[in-house]
Design a protein around this ligand. Structure first.
Ligand SMILES: Nc1ncnc2c1ncn2[C@@H]1O[C@H](COP(=O)(O)OP(=O)(O)O)[C@@H](O)[C@H]1O
Ligand SMILES: [Mg+2]
Length: 251
């Protein structure tokens, strides 16, 4: 299986504080990897290194290598706009733009210069279907996205990411602000998307990690302690710290 993302000895500093202490972790194409670990261990920071979202934070220094299909994403030739299109991101708090559902979904396509109405319409329907929110919104695509429920907003945000046809989708605790019904819709959707996309999800919900992920990586205090097929990590962890964390002894 070919690797889509490779990270090698990644260190990240916020000013002088070292938040990532040498992360080596690779991702194959397709499937779901869950990043778990106690609050503050560096999960979100690591996730953001994969599409250069940390660039937006002042005082950040990153060393080591992050490669997308063999290309250094921190290299001088990398265009961060197209990088973030190819490696899309979904946040904990749904963040739709304050305009219609339709315009939210086509946002990236319009930026890319797509004007043909049939093309845009088709992308809207396809993305909203993939994000399992089409039936909720198809009769009123002109409605302001902010008027939707939190769970619907989050699925529209996922549709917005899907519309630009990324290869990798990063999700940072995408269901932790949502009710159980919405969370389970998103989990089921991710299980369908895993066939087509490389999905990396941060979750503090161990049940969620075990329900949906193929592989789990356990972080602790800026280190990657271990990564293994999810079932194996939860049943036969190789490290005492992993065992302590998954059995609820801390975190
Ligand atoms: N913007 C920031 N500026 C300074 N320190 C930060 C910033 N974001 C995160 N940190 C620190 O980096 C460490 C890792 O944080 P984070 O990646 O958010 O952890 P997690 O997502 O696992 O809870 C924590 O100690 C946190 O306080
Ligand atoms: Mg976090």
């Amino acid at each position: 299986m070919s690797k889509i993302i490779e990270t090698n000895d990644v260190h990240l500093y916020y000013g002088k504080k070292e938040a990532l202490k040498g992360i080596d972790l690779d991702f194959n194409e397709k499937g779901i990897t869950a990043l778990i670990g106690p609050s503050g261990c560096g999960k979100s920071t690591y996730l953001r290194t994969l599409n250069r979202m940390n660039d937006l934070i002042p005082g950040v220094t990153i060393t080591g290598a992050v490669k997308l299909k063999g290309e250094d994403i921190y290299g001088p030739k990398m265009d961060t706009v197209s990088l973030r299109k190819n490696v899309g991101m979904v946040f904990q708090q749904p963040n739709p733009f304050p305009f219609s559902i339709y315009e939210n979904v086509v946002y990236g396509l319009r930026l890319a210069g797509v004007k043909d109405k049939a093309t845009l319409d088709e992308a809207v329907e396809k993305s909203l279907k993939q994000a399992a929110v089409w039936d909720d919104v198809k009769d009123d695509l002109g409605k302001n996205a902010l008027a939707l429920s939190g769970g619907q907003q989050q699925r529209v945000c996922i549709a917005r990411v899907l519309a630009v046809e990324p290869e990798v989708i990063l999700l940072d605790e995408p269901t932790s602000a949502l009710d159980p019904g919405s969370s389970s819709k998103i989990e089921n959707m991710l299980l369908e998307l895993r066939e087509k996309y490389t999905i990396i999800i941060v979750t503090h919900n161990l049940q969620q990690a075990s329900r949906i992920s193929d592989r789990t990586a356990f972080f602790l205090e800026g280190h990657l302690i271990e990564v293994a097929p999810t079932r194996e990590l939860f049943t036969q962890p190789k490290h005492q710290e992993t065992d302590d964390y998954i059995s609820g002894r801390f975190g």
